[in-house]
Design a protein around this ligand. Structure first.
Ligand code: ZN
Length: 295
């Protein structure tokens, strides 16, 4: 499978498991480590991608995998450095990205997230286990620092820029850019597929994120291998063009049936997935833009 298809397969599996359809939880991790820079690593296997920044006297993580795979993640980190994990930043609240919060928070790490992610975890948890849906996350795993419009984190000579990335994938997606290492983490906002909702917000957030990223940036998505900036630019452009085409169709009085029949967004079919096929994306975008026009 291509990297994109692998990422989509993983995502589909996770979505199914979060819906309670598949109940085979990962119980350990075969965490694999990829060196991205002198002190920055991508760790994958056993949940969403984790970006680890090894500082002078501690480690900062972006995302924390599942509850069951946090110990395996910790073991992978220990093979890199004996330093403690002092910060965990969540890109969003889904269990494969925030599930290890309690493990690391309970061992002294400060958790950081966007305000909507914190609100979700504090009120509903991460909806991981079907029999524990809506159960708030334990205090040890809750973000202590939460941001709305952005946040700079200074850690061991590195400056991380945190940016909110809209609500296309969760209720409070966030991206991180390590300005010195020139590495960005975008969570599941990008997994090579049409966003399920709030397309305008996702597109504008992504455009703002891309604007601060240099051309040679390495981008860590929520799942799958490292991306080049160009791949994200193409995705953002496809969303922008979809919005433009749909706005023009609505302005000319076309109905949803006409838009569907004419396959106006057909050239972006490559971002279609079983979870969000072109037809569904077309309907969602038509609805989103029609609603805006009627306000
Ligand atoms: Zn997710």
């Amino acid at each position: 499978m291509t990297m994109r298809k692998t990422a989509i397969a993983v995502l589909t599996m996770l979505l199914l498991s979060m819906c309670g359809v598949a109940q085979q939880y990962t119980t350990n991790t075969n965490a694999t480590t990829v060196k991205l820079a002198d002190n920055v690593y991508l760790i994958h296997g056993g949940g969403g991608n984790v970006t680890a920044l090894i500082g002078d006297d501690a480690i900062l993580l972006i995302d924390s995998m599942f509850p069951e795979t946090a110990a395996g993640l910790d073991a992978a980190l220990k093979s890199l450095s004996p330093k403690p994990v002092r910060y965990v930043i969540n890109t969003h609240w889904h269990a494969d990205h925030s599930g290890g919060n309690e493990y690391f928070g309970g061992r002294g790490a400060t958790i950081v997230s966007s305000e909507p992610t914190r609100a979700w975890l504090a009120s509903r948890g991460n909806d991981y286990r079907p029999n524990a849906k809506g159960v708030p996350m334990a205090t040890a795993g809750l973000p202590v620092v939460a941001f709305r419009d952005g946040l700079d984190v200074h850690f061991s000579g590195e400056r991380l820029q945190m940016l909110p990335l809209g609500t296309g994938h969760s209720d409070g997606d966030a991206g991180a850019f390590l300005t010195k290492a020139r590495i960005a983490a975008i969570g599941d906002t990008y997994f090579g597929a049409f966003p399920p909702r709030n397309v305008l917000a996702v597109q504008s957030a992504m455009e703002r994120f891309l604007a601060i990223l240099p051309d040679d940036v390495q981008i860590v998505p929520g799942h799958g291998g490292v991306l080049r900036k160009q791949e994200l630019v193409e995705y953002s452009t496809a969303l922008k063009e979809s919005i433009r085409v749909m706005q023009a169709a609505i302005a000319s009085g076309k109905t949803l049936d006409q838009v569907r029949q004419e396959k106006l967004l057909g050239r972006f079919e490559k971002y279609s997935t079983p979870y969000m096929p072109l037809e569904k994306f077309t309907s969602n975008l038509f609805g989103e833009l029609s609603d805006l026009q009627h306000r």
